[in-house]
Write a protein that binds this ligand. Structure first.
Ligand code: SAM
Length: 178
């Protein structure tokens, strides 16, 4: 499954930490790219550094015309999944998503225009209570991939973590560990 994320809208007060977390969660949970209008170039640099250390080629794309991105991705046969507390229940939506090969997951940073609800192929609620775009994104990406994203080691990692019950066990990317 090819997954991209678009983060729409801007917070009233720019918060680079939250924006960085949206990008980090997208990368760690198996998306290949995030489009956002709010991000500073520092966020792209941070994610490039994370790729250098932990592998993969995740991209942060700074883009003002996010509706244009949705239109272009639809033309490329990506299904648009907009996460909103007003949407249909997650379990009901997931049961119709098993065969989707390409997906653009849309989250809001601030108020999302009504038009996006109509452009989306799916409006999906991760519970029908307000919480956070990052929490909604993490839960959705995990559920739609059935946890398989955590079994993938990104290519070209300089360092790799060997899961352990206690302490930190980190090896060079090429090493098999012990
Ligand atoms: N009015 C909101 C809504 O439509 O979900 C909550 C705004 S919240 C500050 C920002 C973003 O978090 C929303 O645009 C949505 O992407 C995500 N979000 C928050 N709660 C959610 C939920 N229960 N299910 C899915 N997405 C949610």
């Amino acid at each position: 499954m090819i997954i991209e994320v678009a983060r729409l809208g801007q917070r009233l007060v720019r918060d680079d930490r939250v924006t960085t977390h949206a990008a980090l969660v997208s990368r760690a949970f198996g998306a290949r790219r995030i489009y956002m209008s709010e991000a500073s170039t520092d966020i792209s640099d941070t994610l490039r550094g994370v790729n250098r250390t932990w592998g993969g080629d995740f991209e942060v794309v700074l883009e003002e015309d996010l509706k244009g991105i949705i239109r272009r991705r639809k033309a490329d046969l990506f299904w648009t999944v907009h996460l909103t507390m007003y949407g249909e229940a997650l379990d009901a939506a997931l049961s119709r998503m098993a065969r989707l090969e390409k997906m653009l997951v849309v989250i809001g940073a601030g108020k999302v225009p009504r038009e996006i609800y109509d452009m989306a192929d799916y409006n999906v609620a991760v519970g029908s209570q307000p919480h956070s775009e990052i929490a909604a994104l993490a839960v959705f990406l995990d559920r739609v991939q059935g946890g398989r994203q955590f079994g993938v080691t990104p290519a070209g990692a300089a360092r790799r973590i060997i899961p352990s019950e206690r302490g930190k066990h980190v090896v060079d990317g090429e090493s098999q560990g012990s």
